[in-house]
Design a binder for this molecule. Structure first.
Ligand SMILES: [Ca+2]
Ligand SMILES: [Ca+2]
Length: 102
């Protein structure tokens, strides 16, 4: 089991832009610190490891992350959305990926 012990309130693997999140499951955002859409409610946490920066956003303010963007130190990035399926299952789905370095 891979965990990152340096994310306050979060227990996540050491993810980077090439990680597969599909089976990660719901990610709780306990103490968001940024208001990324400017509506006055804090919704976003930025975390980082030695390999990547992660921007977790709870768009509907239910306490669970709906979107994450990961940017590797090398410039590769990936964006994922958390999907709730009609059969009750959930899944992270990658919506974008690439390299900032061109
Ligand atoms: Ca907000
Ligand atoms: Ca949410």
């Amino acid at each position: 089991m891979v965990t990152s012990g340096d994310l306050p309130g979060m227990d996540l693997p050491n993810l980077d832009a090439h990680s597969e999140l599909g089976g990660l499951g719901a990610v709780e955002l306990q103490h968001p610190t940024q208001d990324i859409d400017g509506d006055g409610t804090l919704d976003t946490i930025t975390t980082s490891t030695d390999r990547a920066m992660h921007v977790w956003t709870d768009l509907d303010h239910d306490g669970w992350a709906d979107h994450v963007t990961m940017i590797d130190t090398g410039g590769d990035y990936a964006a994922w959305e958390f999907h709730h399926h009609a059969d009750g299952t959930t899944e992270w789905v990658r919506t974008d990926s690439g390299s900032l370095g061109g």
